[in-house]
Design a protein around this ligand. Structure first.
Ligand SMILES: [Fe+2]
Length: 395
């Protein structure tokens, strides 16, 4: 008998404007709020503390999580709060604080576990993350993009290795996720644009990928529709309703890719983003139309379904892919996102010198194997080149 497939999600997803106040109903004795300086400056960390105190919990705040958090930060939290021994861990902020809080939960419950044993680097980790039974985890996202508040993944960096090292375990899906659009109202426009396109990438990649299934597809398709319909209005700044829908779309897309997978766009974006210091969302946003064009030849039926859900009048998969690529490129343009890596300001010589290495590394990047079209290394070189020159003829 083969193992059953599982749909994993937080035990509870509480959503709606004002839902952040539900923190006061979280049961426990001691809570550590893991967040960053931005959340402190905006008063959100203090509000969280107050809600928890109202609920009778002793609350402390760690607000030193940096963007793309390092394992060293997580171990620092473990050491600093060893005596405090929280039974509730709250990750509040963008993907970075939420990921750091997920990882802290593991090392708080299992202080002798080594990061090297549980991270994904070149292959499967040496040991699985042991069960987490002493703590509960609450996540509340302040950006509308990463979906980390709904997933089993925590991405950390290791300063000793120039690569992101994810931890993946069903045990680190947050126990309770609070999706309160009020928290995201403070996002600067570039963060809204980049993170919104990241959410769109999650939704599309998880819908067309080989791990997609009837349960994940419902989430992914809904997220595509919400992002395509609301991202431009959310960016314009006038439409609070659109920003609210974008905040839900990010978590829904998170559920989609957590129960399917991201694909080749994330592999491309990871390589270019790391080498040329582009944000994760922007690196994905630029590559997305080219990767859709690349996948269009084999995932036509899935793209037809997306086009239908969006109400496009496409007669066949080719038209569906063209329409989608055109619309996404237009939306990205409206958000001020350049159409190629050249336009974003990456120097040509430096980029071209890296293409072979990018292609070789993207070929073995884990999400590439979940992509609907399995690329050769030569095809990847053409794809990386197209993302730079803007020439779809190369794809
Ligand atoms: Fe992403």
């Amino acid at each position: 008998m083969s193992a059953p497939r599982a749909f994993r999600s937080p035990r509870e997803i509480l959503w709606g404007r004002g839902s952040f106040a539900h923190l006061q109903n979280i049961p426990g004795r001691r809570v550590l709020i893991v967040t960053d300086r931005v959340m402190t400056a905006l008063g959100i960390a203090e509000r969280a503390k107050e809600y928890f105190r109202k609920g009778g919990l002793e609350a402390q705040v760690f607000d030193e999580v940096e963007p793309e958090p390092s394992i060293d930060t997580v171990l620092r939290i473990r050491d600093r709060y060893r005596e405090f021994a929280p039974d509730v861990i709250a990750g509040i902020g963008g993907g970075s604080p939420i990921d750091a809080s997920k990882a802290f939960r593991i090392f708080s419950e299992h202080p002798h576990l080594a990061f090297e044993e549980i991270r994904y680097l070149t292959g499967l980790p040496k040991v699985a993350v042991p069960p987490l039974r002493k703590t509960i985890h609450v996540a509340a996202a302040s950006t509308s993009g990463t979906g980390s508040d709904a997933t089993h993944v925590a991405v950390l960096t290791d300063p000793r290795i120039p690569a992101k090292c994810p931890i993946r375990s069903p045990g680190i899906v947050p126990t309770v996720t609070i999706v309160d659009p009020d928290l995201a109202d403070t996002m600067p426009p570039t963060v809204l644009a980049d993170s919104g396109m990241d959410a769109l990438t999650h939704a599309i990649e998880s819908y067309v990928g080989i791990a997609a299934n009837p349960f994940s597809r419902g989430m992914s398709l809904q997220a595509v529709v919400l992002v395509m319909n609301h991202l431009p209005a959310a960016f314009s700044g006038q439409d609070r309703g659109a920003r609210e829908q974008m905040h839900y779309a990010a978590t829904i897309a998170g559920l989609g890719f957590a129960n399917s997978s991201n694909g080749l766009c994330h592999a491309v974006a990871d390589k270019v983003g790391a080498a040329f210091k582009l944000s994760h969302g922007r690196a994905n946003a630029i590559a997305l139309p080219y990767v859709i064009a690349f996948n269009g030849t084999v995932a036509g039926a899935a793209f037809m379904e997306i086009a239908r859900a969006l109400g496009y009048r496409a007669e066949n998969p080719r038209e569906a892919v063209q329409e989608l690529v055109g619309r996404i490129s237009r939306i990205a343009g409206q958000l001020g996102i350049p159409g190629s890596y050249r336009e974003v300001g990456i120097p040509e010589e430096a980029y071209r010198a890296k293409v072979k290495e990018f292609a070789a590394r993207a070929l073995v990047f884990p999400v590439t194997s979940m992509n609907p079209r399995q690329p050769t290394v030569e095809e990847l070189e053409s794809l990386f080149t197209a993302c730079f020159t803007g020439d779809y003829g190369l794809v």
